[in-house]
Design a protein around this ligand. Sequence first.
Ligand SMILES: Cc1cc2nc3c(=O)[nH]c(=O)nc-3n(C[C@H](O)[C@H](O)[C@H](O)COP(=O)(O)OP(=O)(O)OC[C@H]3O[C@@H](n4cnc5c(N)ncnc54)[C@H](O)[C@@H]3O)c2cc1C
Length: 427
Amino acid sequence: MHHDIVIIGGGAGGLELAAHLGRHLGRTQGPQKVLLVDRSVFHIWKPTLHEVAAGTLDAHQEGLSYTILARRNHFSFALGDLQGLDLAARCLTLGEIRDEDGQQMVPARTLSFRWLVLALGSGSNFFGTPGAAEHAFVLEQASDAERFRRHLLAAFTRAAFSSQKTLGVAIVGGGATGVELSAELLEAHQEVQEGFGAEQRFRLDISIVEAAPRILGGLPERISTQATTALARKQVRVMTNTKVLEVRADRLITSAGELPAELIVWAAGIQAAEANTRLGLQTNRAHQFVVGPRLETAVPGIFAMGDCAACVWHGERQVPARAQAAHQQAHYLYRCLKAALQERRHEPPFVYQDFGSLVSLGENKGVGNLMGGLTGRNFFVEGLIAKWMYMSLHLMHHRAILGLGGTAVLAMARLLQRRVSGRLKLH
Ligand SMILES: Cc1cc2nc3c(=O)[nH]c(=O)nc-3n(C[C@H](O)[C@H](O)[C@H](O)COP(=O)(O)OP(=O)(O)OC[C@H]3O[C@@H](n4cnc5c(N)ncnc54)[C@H](O)[C@@H]3O)c2cc1C
């Protein structure tokens, strides 16, 4: 089977690219022109995984089927797992996909392409910490978040009926994911408490363990201070300058001593899949594909974008692994591939524009900074305004794949659903 453009990975970046290309090319030239491949049948915007994990967002309502998105946006979709690449023959191999019972759903197959975009995202980096992979939960994909949610609900119930009336949760990593997860867990706990009788109320004891001197280390200090204060007010313990030396089933062994916890989440760092290093393309230490200024690898016509790409920014730094970057790269590659198809000149190199960062601190609260485009000044935002801006990023993603009307209908439907069945998914 041959397709002009094959995109592997339908995440924050790859799906937006497929939707733009499909709407531009597929409508006139047929959906076979652009093929999106993903190893999952449905898409969830990764920055919402901490909400899915806490149960404050329902993965089954939030998930969008690739097949339906493909039909609406005029591209093709194939379920498959990228296994190999034949650079000379411009072919790739997709491994088989099996269901939960081990039955084969789709067989292994080979596809040929003219242009290939790798948008494979990233996973967790355990930095070689003993026990981390075995005992800690991660938030890499929807199934991880769902698994955590199920354990959390069971742990909530256990704590409510225990004699200690306390549930300990340890989050390793004080980046945006760790901070946002702790805020979301507090909201989930509050909702659960409201449903319990007085004798079943229990304390949620959350600790964030961070090796660096402050949380949200990549963001301006003011944001970090604000978030630390907000978390302290909610009685989240923030342990900075503390290294996790080992993860055990029921505790962390840290440089500051032992920290018992029933649930442990690893949110301390990311790296791309090790399998990337076996595709014959140049990769860096974090297994990301090394790309040039046009997001192209050393092999002409093979591009990489988003978390799996190492793209230089401002000389020595790298474009950060963020949804914001994947979104901009999707727009950029759309223009590049459109130009290539029309045999027009190259687009100028990709320039990443940092519009700032926003961190959610619960349903009605956020904190962040916005970069003033022309003045270059940094604006600090907080409270409800910051939270609304944070939510607008999610809406922008939906708009790119569903259009304005579809996004408005979906947002309204979800709002109404929450009104009726509550914010927390308890089943
Ligand atoms: C909890 C959490 C909160 C976050 N919050 C923010 C935020 O507030 N703001 C922000 O900018 N960023 C945030 N991020 C980071 C952001 O989610 C990522 O930077 C972004 O999703 C990267 O997009 P991507 O397209 O590169 O990869 P992804 O969105 O991860 O998509 C990768 C896709 O590739 C597929 N795939 C992987 N391997 C294969 C394979 N071998 N074969 C086929 N398919 C494959 C996966 O199924 C997935 O659909 C957050 C991340 C997490 C985990």
